[in-house]
Design a protein around this ligand. Structure first.
Ligand code: HEC
Ligand code: HEC
Length: 128
């Protein structure tokens, strides 16, 4: 292998942590309503049906009340569907990003005290 190409390959793992975490498309309503208790999770990390399940029970949201009025709910649901991903989500009424197969695999080497606290390790998810 030529040295230049090898150098490029070796640089890849260091970049990937910042580069492959999807951005949250700008949306003030989403930031305000879904980014107050935890980071506003990137919509692309769950498929549309999983977001639908989450939005269907906001008043009993992972042990919290995260309910919003109907127009806001419609706006958030549309935003999440529009920007959702395609990878499979866990079954159940409360699908977690942190329980998807890719998440578990990707984080098997990380020391996770609170896996849902993305910003502790991913600076690009801070303050969004
Ligand atoms: C009142 C506080 C609150 C609000 C507002 C809130 N959440 Fe949550 N959310 C929580 C709590 C608490 C958890 C569980 C966190 C944990 O297990 O560490 C959670 C977990 C989640 C998870 C699963 C994270 C994982 O473990 O993979 C998703 C997805 C999620 N929330 C999406 C949303 C969306 C979308 C909105 C806006 C409609 C929202 N949340 C608004 C409190 C809130
Ligand atoms: C304890 C630290 C830690 C926490 C908390 C954490 N991550 Fe990660 N995450 C990592 C590390 C380290 C990697 C890279 C794994 C590797 O490359 O071996 C990673 C990889 C990823 C990747 C894949 C990026 C790539 O390199 O392909 C995504 C997407 C991701 N994390 C999203 C999240 C989200 C969303 C949350 C919160 C729900 C989260 N992470 C919580 C440490 C963490």
């Amino acid at each position: 292998m030529r040295p230049v190409l090898l150098g490029v390959l070796l640089a890849l793992p260091a970049l990937s942590l910042a580069h492959d975490v999807p951005r949250v498309p700008p949306n003030p309503t989403y930031q305000a309503e879904c980014g107050s208790c935890h980071v506003a999770y990137p919509p692309r990390l769950l498929p549309a049906q999983a977001w639908d399940r989450i939005m269907a029970r906001l008043e009993r949201h992972f042990g919290s009340d995260a309910s919003v009025d109907e127009p806001t709910k419609r706006e958030l649901s549309a935003f999440l569907s529009r920007n959702a991903g395609r990878r499979a989500a866990p079954a159940g009424e409360e699908p977690r990003i942190t329980q998807t197969a890719w998440f578990v695999k990707e984080h098997r080497r990380a020391n996770m005290r609170n896996p849902a606290d993305c910003a502790a390790c991913h600076s690009t998810l801070k303050g969004q």
